[in-house]
Design a protein around this ligand. Structure first.
Ligand SMILES: [Zn+2]
Ligand SMILES: [Zn+2]
Length: 166
C-alpha cells in the first residue's frame, strides 16, 4: 500500500492488490495489447501502470508456456488439447501414445529423452483467466515422420536406460 500526498489535497490511498482483484475489462484489453509485443525472451519488461504488473507478467508466462501442438509429429494423428493420447518430451516434442510405445520405444527422436502424458489445460476459467480460451492450443503442425530404421539404430542404446538416468 502506498500513500500519495499532494499539498492540501485529500490523502489518496492506492492499493494495487485490491485494484487487481476487481473484475475489470482492462484485464482482457491488457492481455490483447501485450500480446502484440514480439518478444524473444531476453528483454526486460517494465510495466508502468497502476496495477501489480500482471499483464506484463502474463505475457512473459505466455512465452514460457507449454505449446499444445495439434498433431503427432510422426503419424500426424490429431491431438486436440483435451487428448489423453498426447505425449511430450521435455522440449515439447509431441507424439501420440501409440507412436511413443510402438515406434519410438520411449526415446524422443529429437533429443533422446523420454515422454510423459501432456497435461490438459483447463477449458474453463477456473481461476485468474488461465485457461484454453486465453491461451489456446497451437495450430502449427509439425509433421516430421521418423525414419524407422534410423530411429531404431538411434534408440537401441538409449531405450534400455530409464529416462531419469539418461
Ligand atoms: Zn503418432
Ligand atoms: Zn525431445
Amino acid at each position: 500500500m502506498h500513500d500519495c500526498q499532494n499539498g492540501n489535497a485529500p490523502l489518496h490511498k492506492w492499493d494495487a492488490e485490491r485494484y487487481e482483484a476487481l473484475p475489470l475489462p482492462h484485464v482482457e484489453w491488457g492481455k490483447r495489447v501485450v500480446g502484440w509485443l514480439e518478444l524473444t525472451g531476453d528483454e526486460r519488461v517494465v510495466e508502468a501502470g497502476a496495477g501489480t504488473g500482471r499483464d506484463a507478467h502474463n505475457r512473459l508466462l505466455d512465452m514460457a508456456m507449454l505449446e499444445l501442438r495439434p498433431t503427432c509429429e510422426n503419424c500426424n494423428a490429431a491431438l486436440p488439447p483435451h487428448s489423453t493420447e498426447a505425449m511430450i518430451c521435455s522440449f515439447e516434442c509431441t507424439f501420440c501414445r501409440a507412436c511413443v510405445e510402438n515406434i519410438l520405444a520411449n526415446v524422443c527422436p529429437n533429443c533422446g529423452g523420454g515422454f510423459c502424458p501432456r497435461p490438459i489445460r483447463p477449458k474453463r476459467d477456473w481461476k485468474n483467466g488461465d485457461y484454453l480460451g486465453a491461451y489456446p492450443a497451437s495450430t502449427v503442425v509439425r509433421h516430421r515422420p521418423v525414419h524407422p530404421v534410423l530411429h531404431k539404430k538411434f534408440a537401441q542404446s538409449i531405450q534400455t536406460i530409464p529416462p531419469e538416468m539418461r
